[in-house]
Ligand binder design. Structure first.
Ligand code: SAM
Length: 349
């Protein structure tokens, strides 16, 4: 048996490896190693969740953002971005449609938009939880104070997604302006977990300048932090950002990272992301075969979807659209999976 396979086995047994070995894994895996790893990750997914794939209705409710992340099409310096924000009533309408379709988790995501004060957010969260008490509510609205996170939690929010983007401070500084720091991101993640959210971190694969050792740092952080959710997708350039001419992350390295995370955290909620579906029409199926167990169809009103352009060619139509859930179900059935009507909460394994 080859050295890479031995490392994969060791990772499955011990759930982590030293940085040096993780780096070797990430640098030297061959397509044959990939097949072996995906088989192990797929097996763990089935042990944890059977044939069930959980869905989340994603509502992208504001494209305004005060931040200036160098990779993101919503960055404040992008004067070409079309900005919109949904009203609470419009957001509730999205939930209404989603509930009818069978969604039992709603994800509210936006840029960091000060118009949504804590008061407005808490009223919105309470209204959603009052009308659909059997649903889980996930927030993905960026860095806030601990008090704000506590207020949203007290109003009824269950989960919070805040990708750490990269756990390596040097790389973080390449991707963000100086006022955005890794320390602050990490502080937010710690607060979220302490408050009691099902907490999600995550990173982009192939972001400009990223090395295998830096990806290893992401895996080490994930092992240490023990999140309930991990969001991983390829970096994809946006033409109106400083990274317009950088190469995108690859499908292969993204799948490899998904599978490694499944070995590190067998029970984690792990989406096959929209970005993966954007660079590969079978990205979702491939992601599931590499250990992913969540899909997040777009539940935003169709006229705003093209305005939430984090990166070029972001998909929001076809099976990515919540209203086409029947097609997504058929695709999942074709690979032996079922989409239950369920909140799909985290279970510790
Ligand atoms: N503002 C919130 C935050 O910062 O967590 C949520 C919205 S933010 C746009 C959601 C995620 O989009 C980010 O965490 C980032 O990983 C991803 N993203 C942004 N630009 C991207 C790009 N060019 N390629 C791939 N993913 C990107």
């Amino acid at each position: 048996m080859g050295y890479i396979r031995e490392l994969i086995q060791q990772l499955e047994e011990e759930r982590i490896l030293p940085r040096k070995e993780l780096t070797v894994l990430l640098e030297e895996h061959t397509p044959e190693d990939d097949r072996y790893l995906y088989e192990r990750a797929d097996r763990l997914r089935r042990l944890s969740f059977g044939n069930q794939i959980y869905i989340r209705g994603l509502i992208e409710f504001s494209s305004y953002c005060k931040n200036d992340c160098l990779y993101c099409g919503l960055r404040r310096s992008n004067s070409h971005a079309e900005r919109y924000r949904l009203t609470s009533e419009e957001i509730l309408d999205c939930c209404r449609v989603g509930y009818q379709l069978g969604f039992r988790t709603f994800v509210l995501q936006s840029g960091e938009d000060g118009w949504y004060t804590d008061r407005r957010m808490c009223d919105l969260i309470a209204a959603i939880k009052q009308e659909w008490p059997d649903c889980a509510l996930t927030l993905s609205i960026g860095e806030k104070s601990r008090d704000s996170y506590q207020a949203y939690f007290d109003a009824g929010a269950d989960r919070y997604l805040l990708r750490h983007e990269t756990a390596n401070a040097c790389h973080y500084a390449r991707l963000h302006p100086p006022e955005q720091t890794l320390a602050s991101r990490m502080e937010c993640l710690r607060s979220l977990k302490e408050i009691g959210y099902q907490t999600g971190c995550g990173f982009m694969v192939g972001s400009p300048g990223q090395t295998a050792a830096e990806l290893a740092d992401d895996l080490l952080f994930i092992h240490e932090f023990q999140p309930e959710m991990v969001g991983i997708g390829p970096f994809i350039p946006h033409h109106d950002t400083p990274f317009a001419h950088e190469a995108a992350g690859t499908v292969e390295q993204t799948l490899f990272c998904l599978a490694l995370v499944r070995l590190i955290l067998p029970g984690v909620l792990l989406p096959a992301t929209t970005a993966l579906g954007t660079i590969d029409p079978f990205g979702r199926e491939k992601g599931i075969h590499a250990g992913a167990n969540v899909i997040m169809p777009n539940l935003s009103p169709s006229d705003v979807r093209r305005k939430y352009m984090l990166y070029d060619n972001k998909i929001s139509a076809g099976d990515e659209a919540a209203e086409n859930l029947a097609d997504l179900k058929a695709r999942m059935e074709a690979i032996g999976c079922q989409i239950p009507v369920s909140r799909g909460d985290y279970r510790k394994i």
